[in-house]
Ligand binder design. Structure first.
Ligand code: BV8
Ligand code: ZN
Length: 237
C-alpha cells in the first residue's frame, strides 16, 4: 500500500518540498478554481485574474475578490493544513510552496511558507506602490489608497511574473529536497505546474495527493487519491 511507502519516505526525509493548490482549502469551504462551485457569476478565473480585466473594470474584479474575501473570512484551516504544520515541526527542513492566496496556511501556523501567487489579504497601490495588509470588510469598490491611488489585490495575475525571490526560493527547495508532495492542485498553472517535473527529472520521489487524477498523476512516484484532510493526517500519524 503506497500510504505505508510514503509514510516511510517522509519519516526518513531530511528535506521536504510541498506544493499546494486550492484543493487543500476545499475542506475549509473555500471554492476551488476549476471544480464545482468555483465559478462566480459564470466568469472563469482566467477572465478576471488578469491586469487587462482589472484595467477594463476594476470594480468587477474587486467584486470577485470581495466575494472571495468574505467567504474565506469565515473559513478556518482544516486537518490538511494542520498536518503540514506538524510535518514542518518534525522535519529538519520543509518548504511549503503555495499557489493559494487565501492565507489559510499562515493562519494554521506554517512558517517556512512561500505564497508564490500573493495574498488576497494584502493590497498594492497602483500610484504609490505601497503594499499593505488589509483584512477589513471593503465598504467601497474599488478601494482607494490614502494617496487616492487605485488599490489592487497583491496577487499574481495571469500574464504577470511571479515574485522573483519567491520563485527562486521555490526552485531551490524543489531542487534540494529528498521528497516532494504535490497536494490539491490541478497542475495546470505555470510555472508552479513544472516544479514536480523538475523534482522527477532529478530522481526525487514525487507524491501527489488529489481527489482526482491530474496531468501529473501518471508520472508521480505515488498518487494517493482522496481528500487532503483525510490522507495527510494518516501520513504523519
Ligand atoms: C507567468 C492568483 C510569465 C490570483 C493565479 C508556460 C510557462 C509560463 C507561463 C505560462 C505557460 N503557459 C501558460 C502560461 C500563462 C499562465 C498559465 O499558466 N496559464 C494556464 C491557465 C495555462 N501562467 C501565468 O500567467 C503565470 N505568469 O508565467 O508569467 C511572465 C514572465 C515574465 C514576465 C511576464 C510574464 C502566473 C500564474 C498565476 C496566476 N494567478 N492566482 C487569484 O488567485 O486570484 S492562478 C490560480 O490558479 C490560483 O492561484 C490557483 O491556486 C492556481 C492553480 O489552481 P489550483 O490551485 O490547482 O486549483 P484548481 O481549482 O485548478 O484545482 C484544485 C485541485 O484540487 C483539483 O485537482 C481538485 O481535484 C483538487 N481537490 C479538490 N478538493 C480536494 C482536492 N484535492 C485534495 N483534497 C480535496 N479535498
Ligand atoms: Zn497609494
Amino acid at each position: 500500500m503506497s500510504l505505508e511507502a510514503v509514510r516511510a519516505i517522509l519519516a526518513s526525509a531530511r528535506s521536504i518540498a510541498v506544493l499546494t493548490g486550492a484543493g487543500i482549502s476545499a475542506e475549509s469551504g473555500v471554492p476551488t478554481f476549476r471544480g464545482p462551485g468555483g465559478l462566480w457569476r459564470d466568469y472563469r478565473p482566467e477572465d478576471l485574474a488578469t491586469p487587462e480585466a482589472f484595467a477594463r473594470d476594476p470594480r468587477l474584479v474587486w467584486e470577485w475578490y470581495d466575494w472571495r474575501r468574505r467567504k474565506i473570512a469565515e473559513a478556518t484551516p482544516n486537518l490538511g493544513h494542520y498536518a503540514l504544520v506538524t510535518l514542518e515541526k518534525r522535519a529538519p527542513d520543509l518548504t511549503l510552496i503555495t499557489q493559494n492566496v487565501d492565507g489559510l496556511h499562515p493562519l494554521a501556523g506554517s512558517r517556512n511558507l512561500l505564497e508564490i501567487h500573493g495574498s488576497l489579504w494584502r493590497t498594492r497601490c497602483l500610484s504609490c506602490h505601497e503594499v499593505r495588509d488589509n483584512r477589513e470588510l471593503l465598504t467601497r469598490l474599488p478601494p482607494r489608497c490614502a494617496c487616492e491611488g487605485l488599490l489592487r489585490p497583491d496577487v499574481v495575475w495571469f500574464g504577470e511574473p511571479l515574485p522573483y525571490e519567491l520563485l527562486k526560493r521555490s526552485i531551490r527547495a524543489v531542487e534540494g529536497c529528498n521528497v516532494m508532495l504535490v497536494i490539491g492542485t490541478s497542475s495546470l498553472v505555470q510555472p508552479a505546474a513544472s516544479m514536480a517535473g523538475e523534482a522527477l527529472s532529478r530522481g526525487t520521489p514525487v507524491v501527489e495527493i488529489n481527489l482526482d487524477p491530474t496531468p501529473l498523476s501518471e508520472r508521480a512516484t505515488h498518487f494517493l487519491q482522496g481528500k487532503a484532510g483525510d490522507i495527510l493526517p494518516r501520513l504523519i500519524a
